[in-house]
Design a binder for this molecule. Sequence first.
Ligand code: CP
Ligand code: NVA
Length: 308
Amino acid sequence: TASTDIRHYLQFSDFNAAEYAYIFERAALIKKKFKAYEKHQPLVDRTLAMIFEKASTRTRVSFEAGMYQLGGSVVHLTTGDSQLGRAEPIEDSAKVISRMVDLVMIRTYEQTKIELFAEHSRVPVINGLTNEFHPCQILADIFTYIEHRGSIRGKTVAWVGDGNNMANTWLQASEILGFKVHLSTPSGYEVDQSVAGIRSADSYKVFRDPMQACAGADLVTTDVWTSMGYEAENEARKKAFADWCVDSEMMKAAKPDALFMHCLPAHRGEEVEAEVIDGPQSVVWDEAENRLHAQKALMEFLLLGKLV
Ligand code: CP
Ligand code: NVA
């Protein structure tokens, strides 16, 4: 049976500020060792199962390479080539898979699916993206912010675009780590505070005009107009989101040293202009690389706890 003292990482709110401080410190150390070609293998003989019900480049490569670098191994499953696609109950899959591996990462649709899996799992479960949340991405994003600018506490993050999994996760992070989110979404695509489950509206502010959301921001960030699973809405979204393209005017409205982030994959000319994402304020390649280092720290923490 599943144990209740297992730590999972299903949403950003699963860890507190002190735990994030520890993970960011470990990520920095792990990155430094990686750059120096120094081995860091605390997870020898441990196995990570990765279950993908949606496509991925960064999440797959960072978890797979990361687990090997930590000394462990991985098993990669997709809906199409496992019994998951043939309606084996999630509870049964969780019981079986978690008897064979030490850690599970899942990318799926509804958050309730990953919660059900975790409930029946003997080992920690990591959210590799759901319709509602993308905690591993925000973990890497905040680690990237800290590397470039220091603490994010008290800063302002402008979110321009869809009130999606990324936006929900930024909201959770703002409440835990003490920064503000300025949200601008087209009408009909607003963030639902109850999905993020945050207690108050103190850490965020809603703006109709994306320029206003960017005014004075320390970080401007956006995401695709159409997330995975919402492809049928693509045409309607293209119309609704036309004014929510991060351009150099928006970057000028932000602080002069503001950073630009995007979780990728990006669509130049849709949610962001090429001159912004390929410009001097963009840190998107560091952000993508940091998935590797941040998630290695995450896996180490989930399996070994605090080491110091
Ligand atoms: N940002 C992100 O999660 O990318 P992938 O979909 O390529 O994993
Ligand atoms: N919001 C996007 C993020 C992709 C990494 C999606 O869910 O498809």
